[in-house]
Design a protein around this ligand. Structure first.
Ligand code: SAM
Length: 280
């Protein structure tokens, strides 16, 4: 890297409450030569609010390679740039990865300007273990791909963190319940730092019920956090029995399905029978 190189600042912005913007973020955004933004129109509101007049440039994951190269040669020429996304921390389920990677490869200094991220904000107040967590981002949109994708996380011991859109929250929770078992502890954080901020917690069955009973709880932005798999394998085994039972119920009467599921999984027939009846 030449001594003349500028700095690429990766700047976090609020996820709902403009008061969460840090003074340092404002100062950096005012001082750089260019702001690379996910959506220049969207960010216009934030920048105007803080009296930031720096020119903006639209950068998304699909930008052509030569556009990144142009930005990097500006950095190498001594200009400083700030990267922002529509909300929260860039690169966290947001664009910027390729730009940051290419900048680092080119020897440009990349510096984070820390602030909010919905996943950390949600975890900090959820009351689930945070010593180990796995951020999985957005689940796939289609049910069949989503279930397969969730299966891979079934035995994971760490707390699981997902982002989800309002129009898929019910379907995703339903799939989580099928894959992890309806008894798995979940916390759903909605509209963090905004007027209708809500945390719902309990087992998947009860939280799903609360959300499906109240259409207001289906609106806004969501972070879904699931307790990791239990230390014992009992919960994993029960979740597997539930999955088998659901498959069999699609083809067989309740009694037969419960008996067969019990044979396959080693769980108690009576318990599976009662569970199947509760789903009817
Ligand atoms: N870069 C952002 C961050 O650092 O959190 C995430 C951007 S991602 C495209 C948007 C998703 O983040 C939303 O669909 C939602 O899952 C989550 N999210 C963002 N803001 C949120 C908020 N205020 N409350 C709850 N979830 C939020």
């Amino acid at each position: 890297m030449s001594d003349q190189s500028g700095v690429l600042y990766v700047v976090a912005t609020p996820i709902g409450n403009l008061d969460d913007m840090t003074p340092r973020a404002v100062q950096i955004l005012k001082q750089v030569d260019l702001i690379a933004a996910e959506d220049t129109r969207h960010s216009g509101h934030l920048l105007r609010h803080f009296g930031i007049n720096t020119p903006t440039y639209a950068v998304h994951e699909h930008n052509e390679r030569d556009q990144f190269e142009r930005l990097i040669s500006r950095l190498q020429g001594g200009e400083s740039l700030a990267l922002i996304s529509d909300a929260g921390t860039p690169l966290i389920s947001d664009p910027g990865f390729h730009l940051v990677r290419e900048a680092r490869k080119a020897g440009v200094q990349v510096t984070p300007v820390p602030g909010v991220s919905a996943l950390i904000c949600a975890l900090s107040a959820a009351g689930l273990p945070t010593d180990r967590f796995l951020f999985a981002g957005f689940p796939p949109r289609t049910a069949s791909r989503r279930r397969e994708w969730l299966q891979v996380l079934r035995g994971e011991r760490a707390t699981l963190v997902f982002y989800e859109a309002s129009h898929r929250i019910c379907a995703s929770l339903q799939d989580m319940s099928e894959v992890f078992g309806a008894g798995r502890e979940v916390v759903v954080a909605r509209e963090l730092s905004k007027m209708f901020e809500t945390f719902l917690s309990g087992d998947l069955a009860s939280v799903m019920q609360q959300i499906s009973d109240d259409s207001n709880q289906q609106k806004g932005e969501f972070v879904v956090m699931l307790a990791g798999a239990a230390e014992s394998d009992a919960e994993i085994e029960m979740a597997e029995a539930e999955r088998v039972l659901r498959l069999l119920l699609a083809e067989l009467p309740v009694k037969q399905a419960a008996a067969l599921a019990a044979k396959i999984t080693g769980q108690k027939k009576n318990g599976l029978y009662k569970l199947a009846l509760s789903w009817q």
